[in-house]
Design a protein around this ligand. Structure first.
Ligand code: HQG
Length: 181
C-alpha cells in the first residue's frame, strides 16, 4: 500500500502522466514516457517536492501498479488509463470467457443502447472479477456490474489487450455482448 502521505502525489502523477502533462510542463514521448529527473524538477517548480526514493516508493506500492519505470529507470509512465495520445504497445491477448465492467445506474440506459465506449480514455476498461468491477463502479455511486461475453466477442473478431499492470482493455463493447449481473 502506498504510504498515506504519498497518496496525493500518486494521484497527481496519474493526472500528469495520463491526462495533463502540460499542467506542470513535462512532455511525454510517443510511448508515454516522461524523463524522471525532469518530472521531479517540474513537480518541485509546481509546489510538490518529492525525492527519487519517494517516487520509487510510489511506483513500487501503487495498489494497481499504475506506473512503471523504463528498464534503465531514467523514465516513468502510467501503465494505462491515458486520455492523451500515446502508443503503449499493448499486448493483444485472447480474453477469458467473461470479463466484467463496473459502472453506475445513470449510465445504463446509454450503455445498453450504444455499448461501452472508451469515453475520455483510449480503451474500455474491463475487470477480471466481480469484486474489482464493483470497486471500479463504486467510485461514482452505488455500483452496477455488467457481464461481458468476451468469449463471443473474441470469436466475432474483436481484439483485447492487456496493460502492463494487468487491466483488460477493449476498443468498444457493443451492447449485444452485455448483460447485467
Ligand atoms: C461509462 C480506474 C454512458 C463507464 C478504475 C464509466 C479503472 C458510458 C465511464 C479505470 C458509456 C468512464 C477505468 C456509454 C462507458 N454511455 N456511459 N455508452 N460507455 N460509459 O473512468 O471503467 O484508479 O473512463 O461505465 O479503477 O470507470 O484510475 O472508466 O463509468 O480501472 O487507476 O463511462 O480507472 O483506475 O469512466 O475506469 P472511466 P472506468 P485508476
Amino acid at each position: 500500500m502506498t504510504p498515506e502521505h504519498l497518496i496525493p502525489v500518486s494521484k497527481q502523477l496519474s493526472r500528469i502522466l495520463r491526462h495533463r502533462p502540460e499542467s506542470v510542463g513535462v512532455v511525454l514521448d510517443a510511448n508515454g514516457w516522461c524523463d524522471v529527473v525532469e518530472l521531479i524538477a517540474k513537480l518541485a517548480e509546481h509546489g510538490t517536492t518529492i525525492s527519487l526514493e519517494e517516487l520509487e516508493v510510489i511506483v513500487a506500492t501503487s495498489d494497481k501498479k499504475r506506473f512503471s519505470f523504463s528498464p534503465d529507470r531514467e523514465r516513468i509512465r502510467a501503465s494505462q488509463g491515458h486520455s492523451v495520445p500515446v502508443d503503449l504497445k499493448l499486448r493483444e491477448k485472447a480474453p477469458p470467457p467473461v470479463l466484467y465492467h463496473g459502472t453506475v445506474r445513470r449510465n445504463m440506459q446509454s450503455i445498453m443502447k450504444a455499448g461501452l465506449l472508451p469515453m475520455n480514455r483510449h480503451h474500455v476498461h474491463l475487470s477480471p472479477d466481480v469484486a474489482t468491477a464493483t470497486a471500479v463502479g463504486g467510485r461514482r455511486g452505488p455500483p452496477v456490474v455488467l457481464i461481458v461475453d468476451t468469449h463471443r466477442m473474441h470469436k466475432d473478431g474483436y481484439r483485447f489487450f492487456v496493460s502492463e499492470n494487468g487491466v483488460w482493455l477493449a476498443e468498444v463493447v457493443p451492447a449485444k455482448y452485455l448483460r447485467a449481473k
